[in-house]
Design a protein around this ligand. Structure first.
Ligand SMILES: Cc1ncc(COP(=O)(O)O)c(C=O)c1O
Length: 328
């Protein structure tokens, strides 16, 4: 195996350039997974967060020693907390109370201040985490809010990094791109880049079935990362071909299954994306090449997804005349 010879001067330089891996799935097209959990803070959000912070520095919106405030269900906050630790900013993160306890612990480990707010079903709810972040922004002099839900720069972080990497790693052969849709920064930025290279590439977003976008009667949901509850200029609908809703149950079940059957210990949005990919690929051929985003690792959801489940014995794979042992 060839070692990566590049020596990075800072941790921030090591963001991106994640591996892309062929998955062994019972479908006709090639399915390649982009392992975004291998970014230094553990998710795809390192890309967008770094782009947004460095743009704010360039524009003078964030000054040395300043404060970053953001409302996030976790990974954007974790990325900002890591960046803040490296660059010396105070970081305050507001999260909904559906956020996994591990993510809150990680935020605090990076030195961020965390405000846990009720799981409001609506962005304007004064009790919710968005309203709380706005309040803090106004209270703290010189505070900067990346505002991932309302910022085109979020998508640009993916336009300049994730998109070109996928194009190069597939040698321009990608035909379908499937990723979770929360702020829609990923599908919009990657979608714009890939469609500029080849307008025939299909861009598919995976949404929470109970979100404002996918449901006539939006309700709260427990998947994290996914869920289009705001439609703003971050979401470039012109480059997205389909948005496919998924239930909490399907997302959780597939997340558990791929850990056992494929060795992929991934987060719930990745389980959701793989569930959709398996179904969507039924209509595709050997000539198609599907890229899926595995946004973060299952280690952030051990309590929420994995510990609660009953252990299931594996099926016996071998039996001899002397024993009927189960291989557990
Ligand atoms: C685990 C996970 N999956 C998917 C997404 C969705 O990405 P985007 O906000 O770019 O739509 C996020 C966003 O935070 C996430 O944390």
């Amino acid at each position: 195996m060839e070692a990566n010879k590049k020596q990075f001067k800072t941790l921030l330089e090591s963001i991106g350039n994640t591996p892309i891996v062929r998955l062994d799935l019972p479908v006709k097209p090639t399915v390649l997974a982009k392992l975004e959990f291998m970014n230094p803070s553990g998710s795809l959000k390192d890309r967008a967060a770094l782009y947004m912070v460095e743009e704010a520095e360039r524009l003078g919106k964030l000054k040395p020693g300043g404060t970053i405030v953001e409302a996030t269900s976790g990974n954007q906050g974790i990325a900002l907390a890591m960046i803040g630790a490296i660059k010396g900013y105070r970081v305050i993160i507001t999260v909904p109370d559906r956020t996994a306890v591990e993510k809150i612990a990680i935020l605090r480990a990076y030195g961020a201040e965390v405000h846990v707010c009720p799981n409001a079903a609506n962005h304007d709810d004064p009790q919710g985490y968005h309203a709380r972040a706005e309040q803090l922004l106004h209270e703290i002099p010189g505070a900067f809010m990346p505002n991932q839900y309302y910022s085109k720069s979020n998508a640009m972080g993916h336009y300049y990094s994730t998109g070109p990497e996928i194009w190069q790693q597939t040698e321009g052969k990608v035909t379908h791109f499937i990723a979770g849709a929360g702020t829609c920064g990923t599908i919009s930025g990657v979608g714009q880049y890939l469609k500029e290279q080849n307008p025939a590439v299909k861009i598919i977003g995976v949404d929470a079935a109970n979100s404002f976008y996918s449901s006539k009667e939006p309700k709260t949901y427990t998947v994290e990362g996914l869920g289009i509850d705001v439609i703003s200029e971050t979401f470039n609908q012109a480059v997205v071909d389909h948005v496919i809703p998924i239930t909490d149950e399907d997302a959780f079940n597939t997340t558990r299954r791929v850990a056992k059957e494929n060795g992929l210990l991934v987060g719930i949005s990745s389980g959701a994306v793989l569930h959709v990919a398996l179904k969507y690929a039924q209509q595709l051929t050997e000539n198609d090449l599907v890229v899926v985003i595995l946004a973060d690792s299952g280690r952030s959801y051990l309590n929420k997804v994995f510990i609660a489940q009953q252990p299931e014995p594996r099926q016996a794979v071998k039996s001899t005349p002397h024993s009927q042992e189960r291989i557990v």
